[in-house]
Design a protein around this ligand. Structure first.
Ligand SMILES: Cc1ncc(COP(=O)(O)O)c(C=O)c1O
Length: 1009
């Protein structure tokens, strides 16, 4: 009897013959992975089956055991989807064949479970991880009470027996050997509690080829866990460990991924605290079995690829798993189950409440009575912008001023406060959803003078006294270990003077009341304004010299348990947590009291509270790369622009009825960016107001009412603007073009009625067509209004000659030409400051909005002298706010920043780079039908190969990009164009991050055509 792999291998053709002979099913066989059996998917018309052919010499009792277990699960009330054993033509559930080498082979047929294998699913979302946990938990519950003699067989894949791997450690060396030995020794040392855990028959092999996922590509769930061939009687928790081991491979943060699996499992099969305590090491032991098996089998059966496939990801996971502290993993898993994350949290809280400690015992030299809370949360303006927050002199000055106003209080606060202060990469990591930053503060900061003595509030032992040097680190750091009434906990003192901590070394004993350290000053304290960072920890994990003082927003509640509120000790009124207003509260009020026609981006709206360059920052301090806001033209909250507004606001704000140099300066600098023909400016407050005024100007100058406008064009929200905005009157809630508006087709070279680069004259002919129709009504056109790239139309670049020919037609009919530069102007195009300049034309009127105020409501209408003079027909044009000195100061500064920071050149350089790279990746992703635009005003149109718009995929992409921390917007008549129009400070590294994230999402299942 041969057991050589090649000899015992069953081919697809053989499988098809077996199926026909035994079951009368004529179908096509597709081989599937399998460790022991040879498995095939059999397709018979629309029905599918699973055919399993055993290896020679397979134990019939063992096969019977598998059939029994399937039957048991099918009969359970847990609503589990599981393969159903099917009989052969003779009614037998286990049949026999003789293979080519004369071996007897056992054959079984099972119903097919519809779906896809976990191994092929991308992305694996938290919901999917949770549902895997749920299914695994349900299965554990369903298997309760199942008994079979073979379930108690000795089995190398049984985690309980994992110590056998120790005998094969000679197959490894270096880091791999260290990892295996570390976990095996841990496992051995835990045998006593482990031996006492609940036991039962478990599936024992929820690997990524045994988990079937629904076909829903947007929000898939686990349908079933299949293949009971490895089921075994063992510690129940092993099954969860195995499920985790396979599910979290490939994640940069596998512990966070595992959290969701545990949560799902616990929801169906409640775990015990003592089980959860061992989960971390058990996951590792399953991986140890897997890599050891691979190493052994690689020697035995070098041809069997299946034996090798999980090796590399398993090692990658083991390496990351090794670096995770067992105690921290324990807390995470406890938290997933709804237990207090730290096992001692409750005990500590009870003890601390019974043993209050005066805050003055921490600072006995300070004669203070109370606390003045200082709020440094993300939205707080006290701290100023990033530059101001990092200006230590300024920060210190503000603290001192505040201190003067509250002489008897200590300025303090910050426990669990999300802050935007931690801008260095040291606070950043790549999590499972892109970059994330530690922003939530775990201790209390006491803002007291440098040199202030800090005293021990309990007896303790020094565990850390180091210089944690570096910008925004702790500087002088002390950690004390305390033992009070049998309870161990730690206190941390950060930002101390180096001189004062030098006298301590680990192991030194400290007495309550003893001088511990003195407050440091920058730079020795990590370069902060002087303060004490005081924190309590219930475990040190594996942080010796750099225990985190801030954590990731997603881990806030976990760490709240590990680092309890220090004010539990002080019980000091005023040292409270300032509540962070949750977005749901904000949303509820908005829904109730703000107009319903105001839309919100994203199904789960974002709550942004701070801006910084190309980033928007939410209330928890999460930074989102912003590719949407062309309004924040020179960067969100550009310090120069902010200051220009603040300074003028502090002095005067009036209107244009008084002379003011700011008005002239802004007018002069703005007009300086235009060709000399455009020499008169009117200042207004919004793009809509600018276009409204342009409309009035055109109609007054020509004495006509008829306007020619672009299909899907948008020019503003006023009645007049909506009447020339096809985007609105042809869109939802609209009732078509008003009588005096004439719409020309969108000159879309990619999918429009004329296609290709030379379609400009064809589209321009439609302008003439509309003029002819106006003439046929015995009227004349007042004006033609058009953007230089049609933004709401989906970033449609005007084809060559279109504008030139259209302008010529309009002018020869006596009409004016209006260029709407509200979106595209101020250098965004890269090659030119204004979009119309790309087309070699000079409009009669130009409207400017969004970018020129960088977020401040400022807009303008620039026109020729003839137009301006004709408009001034005696009726005064007064605008209460338009052209006020504050707005003008801001507008001037925006123009100067564009010039000083060479942002137009950046738009050209970075925009060209981004467009070129997008065109490169377009080859890999046919869904990217078209990539177009100029400078930093780009669009990606999502279409099928036959150019059918893919709006759902655009929505999915925008949502997933948001998950990854990147904001993108969608537009176009078919809502299938991704718009890229970031602040002009968008750099090459931002472009790279955008490209990387786009590719990640384009690879996901839902994005495939
Ligand atoms: C091209 C164009 N024109 C005018 C406007 C109106 O500007 P505002 O919203 O400032 O009134 C917009 C606004 O999105 C626009 O995109």
């Amino acid at each position: 009897m041969s057991t050589n792999y090649q000899d015992i291998k069953i081919s697809g053709e053989q499988a098809e013959d077996i199926c026909l002979d035994l079951y009368g099913l004529a179908g096509a066989a597709v081989p599937l992975p399998g460790e022991l059996d040879f498995n095939f998917k059999i397709k018979v018309k629309r029905k599918h089956y699973l055919l399993k052919v055993s290896r020679p010499g397979a134990n019939p009792e063992y096969l019977g055991f598998q059939q029994d277990i399937l039957q048991h699960v099918l009969e359970s009330d847990r609503k589990i989807i599981s393969p159903v054993p099917l009989p052969d033509l003779q009614g037998k559930f286990i049949s026999e064949i003789r293979d080519a080498s004369g071996n007897i082979r056992k054959v079984r047929l099972l119903s097919w479970i519809k779906g896809r294998l976990w191994s092929g699913v991308n992305p694996v979302s938290n919901n999917l991880l949770f549902s895997l946990g749920e299914e695994a938990g349900k299965l554990t519950a369903a298997l309760k009470g199942f008994k079979h003699p073979l379930a108690r067989r000795g089995f190398e894949w049984d985690v309980a027996r994992a110590e056998w791997t120790g005998e094969y450690e000679h197959l490894f060396n270096g880091e791999k050997l260290e990892i295996l030995q570390y976990f095996r020794e841990q496992f051995s040392s835990l045998q006593k509690p482990y031996g006492k855990l609940r036991k039962g028959v478990v599936h024992n092999d929820a690997n990524d080829n045994n988990v079937v996922v629904t076909d829903d590509l947007k929000d898939p769930r686990v349908r079933a866990i299949i293949d009971y061939g490895d089921a075994i009687h063992t510690q129940i928790i092993n099954d969860l460990a195995i499920t985790i081991a396979y599910a979290v491979m490939g994640f940069p943060d596998p512990l966070s991924a595992a959290f969701h699996v545990v949560k799902g499992y616990h929801s169906q099969f409640p775990l015990q605290e003592k089980e959860v305590a061992l989960l971390h090491v058990l996951v590792a032991m399953r991986l140890a079995i897997s890599v050891t098996k691979s190493a052994i089998n690689r020697q035995k059966e070098p041809d069997n690829e299946y034996l090798l496939i999980s090796d590399t990801p398993a090692w990658e996971l083991l390496k990351i798993w090794r670096a995770i502290s067992n105690d921290f993993a324990h807390c995470t898993f406890r938290f997933a189950c709804g237990f207090s994350a730290h096992p001692l949290e409750k005990e500590f809280k009870e003890w601390a409440t019974k043993h209050p400690t005066s805050l003055m015992s921490l600072f006995p030299s300070l004669a203070k009575e109370g606390i003045h809370p200082l709020d440094l949360s993300v939205s707080e303006s006290w701290i100023g912008d990033r530059e101001e927050a990092e200006d230590l002199d300024l920060f210190q000055y503000k603290i001192q001023r505040l201190q003067k106003s509250v002489p008897y209080d200590i300025i303090a606060g910050g426990y669990m406060e999300p802050r935007a202060l931690y801008g260095t990469t040291a606070y950043e990591r790549t999590g499972n959803s892109g970059k994330e930053s530690r922003t939530v503060h775990l201790g209390i900061d006491f803002w007291v003078d440098a040199g202030t003595p800090v005293h021990a509030i309990f007896d303790g032992e020094i565990v850390t006294a180091v210089n944690d040097a570096g910008n925004k680190e702790y500087g002088g750091l002390i950690i004390l270990k305390h033992l009070e009434d049998g309870l161990v906990f730690y206190t941390l003192y950060g930002h101390q003077s180096i001189e004062s901590i030098k006298r301590w070394k680990a192991g030194d004993q400290i007495k309550k009341g003893q001088l511990l350290s003195r407050i440091g000053k920058p730079p020795e304290n990590g370069n902060w304004a002087p303060h004490l960072h005081f924190q309590i920890m219930l475990s040190l994990f594996n942080f010796a010299d750099d225990f985190p003082g801030v954590t990731y927003p997603g881990e806030t509640e976990l760490w709240r348990s590990i680092c309890p509120d220090p004010n539990l000790l002080f019980q000091q009124p005023g040292l409270y947590n300032l509540p962070i207003r949750d977005p749901s509260e904000t949303l509820a009020y908005r829904k109730e009291h703000l107009g319903k026609s105001l839309s919100l981006s994203y199904e789960e709206p974002l709550k942004m509270v701070r801006g910084d360059g190309t980033y928007l920052i939410d209330y928890l301090g999460r930074r989102f790369l912003d590719t949407v806001n062309n309004v924040a033209h020179v960067g969100h909250e550009h310090p120069r622009v902010v200051r220009a507004g603040q300074q003028q606001m502090a002095v005067l704000n009036t209107n244009t009825r008084y002379l003011h140099d700011n008005i002239n300066t802004f007018a002069r600098e703005l007009l300086g960016t235009f060709p000399e023909e455009l020499s008169v400016v009117h200042l207004v407050n919004s793009g809509s107001e600018a276009n409204e005024l342009a409309l009035r100007m055109a109609q007054t100058c020509t004495g006509q009412k008829d306007m020619i406008a672009m299909e899907v064009g948008y020019h503003g929200n006023t009645t007049g603007c909506v009447s020339i905005s096809s985007y609105k009157f042809d869109g939802k809630g609209g009732s078509g073009a008003p009588e005096h508006t004439h719409v020309v087709p969108l000159p879309d070279q990619f999918r429009g009625i004329h296609r290709g680069a030379d379609s400009g004259p064809l589209y321009a002919a439609h302008v003439q067509e509309q003029i002819d129709q106006i003439h046929a009504l015995e009227r004349k056109p007042a004006a033609f209004i058009c953007e230089s790239i049609i933004s709401c139309g989906g970033q449609i670049e005007l084809p060559e000659k279109f504008l030139e020919l259209a302008y010529a037609s309009v002018r020869s009919a006596g009409g004016l030409c209006i260029a709407d530069e509200v979106q595209v102007g101020c250098g965004r195009m890269g090659q030119a400051f204004w979009g119309f300049q790309l087309h070699g034309v000079i409009p009669d009127i130009v409207t400017i909005g969004k970018p020129v105020g960088n977020g401040h409501p400022l807009a303008a209408v620039v026109c020729t002298r003839e137009v301006a003079d004709a408009f001034a027909n005696g009726m005064e044009y007064f605008n209460t706010f338009g052209g006020n000195p504050v707005s003008c100061a801001i507008g001037t500064e925006v123009l100067r920043v564009i010039r000083d920071e060479q942002l137009q050149a950046n738009a050209l350089k970075t925009g060209n780079y981004l467009k070129t790279e997008l065109k490169k990746i377009q080859k890999e992703f046919p869904l990217m039908g078209d990539v177009r635009g100029q400078g930093l005003f780009l669009g990606i149109e999502l279409t099928s190969r036959k150019l059918i718009p893919q709006a759902d995929k655009a929505t999915y992409l925008a949502k997933r990009m948001k998950d990854l921390g990147i904001l993108m917007s969608i537009d176009g008549p078919d809502e299938n164009v991704m718009k890229i129009k970031p602040p002009l400070v968008f750099s090459r590294s931002h472009a790279d991050l955008l490209l990387e994230s786009l590719q990640r999402v384009f690879r996901e299942d839902y994005m495939q055509l």
